[in-house]
Design a protein around this ligand. Structure first.
Ligand SMILES: Cc1cc2nc3c(=O)[nH]c(=O)nc-3n(C[C@H](O)[C@H](O)[C@H](O)COP(=O)(O)OP(=O)(O)OC[C@H]3O[C@@H](n4cnc5c(N)ncnc54)[C@H](O)[C@@H]3O)c2cc1C
Length: 390
């Protein structure tokens, strides 16, 4: 079995790398840091990628894509995450928000919402979690009741990434007030400029845009912004969440840690003049890391192959997400242990080892929680994948 990409995909990868080498400014580090230049830059880069047909390459041409296969999209994903995701929040549009509109949207919704995404012109956020409803999403209580000629939304959402800069929100709300759990929910497409929306940033270790709380107070949402069937939004949400779990190429982030660490230990001596690469503990860590990288990558490719063949099961992205996020954390830990106390220095410090390994460690942790915690993914694998009891 050959696990290599076809030559055309590798050629495309080279072009993409060249493009990034030319476009990424010298100050660029990665998306999840506190720097106000980041979002304007990511918007600019997305437009340039859109002009080349790379932003939504795997979408059908009728929706602004280039009819490329999912493997091309995986090449983009790998190169972007290896570079710290310079597409910014728009990676969500092409991975799952756009595909949800393609699958469940009316022709009018597709025309209205997909073209701006394909052009790199719009940022979306995803409003699912609530203060009392995270893992148990079906318990959510944000309501969308019937007004004169629209839904009227009231409630609170929390941990919503990019809400301060998003123009639109994919909102899961309860449209049947007498319902409970999975029934009576609907997916709404909400203009973030609507009156009654208040966004409060939540300070965190991953920068100022990552977590926010949104309060909806009598927010009017037109009926034509209902995505998919009314009161049956749970299946719409699950379709999106399954795709979201493969949207971040954690194995590519891991590889950047691996490559930097390899380079560092080869070229750095300890206080006795002995190269770090000769230390048994460092070598053992690197060997395990190499194996983890390969396994994570192949699990990701397994999902793409299943998707291309139309046989993807819900547990496939869950398996990738669990293994790859934990491998990324492991990579950062191996790096910190191999480098020693210096590994805790951040990139701004002149004494920090090449890749600022501590930053990777910091940024690897949220991956265990976002898009459904790894405990929940394990439940999906065991219950829905293996048929084990709850
Ligand atoms: C980086 C990041 C970005 C995020 N972005 C968004 C976003 O854009 N939009 C959005 O809507 N949400 C977002 N979230 C929120 C995320 O979806 C929730 O944090 C997550 O679903 C967990 O919910 P919770 O925080 O309420 O934890 P809880 O559900 O309270 O869980 C607490 C702990 O209990 C465990 N647990 C809970 N239930 C079970 C169970 N049945 N079996 C085993 N263990 C269980 C969990 O695994 C966890 O360890 C983001 C989170 C992160 C970290």
């Amino acid at each position: 079995m050959n696990f290599e990409y076809p030559p055309a995909a590798e050629q495309f990868r080279s072009e993409l790398r060249q493009f990034l080498a030319e476009e990424l400014p010298e100050w660029w580090n990665r998306l999840f840091v506190d720097d106000e230049r980041i979002i304007p830059f990511t918007r600019q880069l997305c437009r340039k990628m859109a002009e080349r047909g790379w932003l939504t390459a795997a979408w059908p041409s009728e929706h602004g894509g280039a009819d490329a296969d999912e493997w091309m999209q995986m090449v983009v994903r790998e190169e972007m995450w290896a570079a710290g995701e310079p597409r910014g929040p728009q990676y969500m549009n092409l991975n799952y928000i756009g595909p949800m509109v393609m699958k469940f949207g009316t022709p009018e919704q597709q025309e209205r919402f997909l073209k701006p995404m394909a052009a790199g012109d719009v940022i979306w956020c995803q409003g699912f979690s609530e203060p009392g409803s995270g893992s148990d999403l079906a318990s959510l209580s944000t309501s969308a009741t019937d007004g004169d000629s629209c839904f009227v939304v009231n409630g609170r959402k929390i941990w919503i990434s990019y809400a301060t800069i998003a123009e639109w929100c994919l909102l899961l709300a309860r449209t049947d007030p007498d319902s409970s759990r999975y029934n009576g929910l609907s997916m709404l497409l909400v203009d973030m400029n609507s009156p009654g929306i208040d966004v409060r940033p939540i300070p965190s270790m991953v920068g100022p845009i990552e977590y926010n709380e949104i309060t909806f107070s009598d927010v009017e949402v037109p009926y034509d912004c209902l995505l998919g069937p009314r009161d049956a939004g749970w299946s719409v949400a699950m379709y999106g969440l399954t795709r979201e779990r493969i949207g971040i190429a954690f194995h590519a982030s891991l590889k950047t840690v691996f490559d930097s660490l390899l380079d560092y230990v080869r070229n750095t001596e300890d206080s006795t003049g002995r190269p770090l690469a000769e230390r048994p503990s460092v070598r053992a860590g690197l060997a395990r890391l190499h194996a983890h990288y390969r396994a994570a990558k192949l699990l990701g490719y397994r999902v793409i192959a299943a998707e291309e063949a139309g046989v993807m099961r819900e547990m496939d992205p869950a398996i990738y997400k669990v293994f790859a996020t934990e491998a990324y954390v492991f990579a950062s830990e191996v790096a910190l242990e191999s480098v020693g106390t210096k590994g805790q220095l951040t990139e701004e410090d002149p004494l920090a080892p090449a890749a600022g390994f501590f930053q990777h460690w910091l940024h690897s942790i949220p991956g265990l929680i976002g898009a459904g915690t790894n405990e929940i993914q394990r439940n999906i694998i065991s219950q829905r994948g293996m048929g084990l009891p709850r």
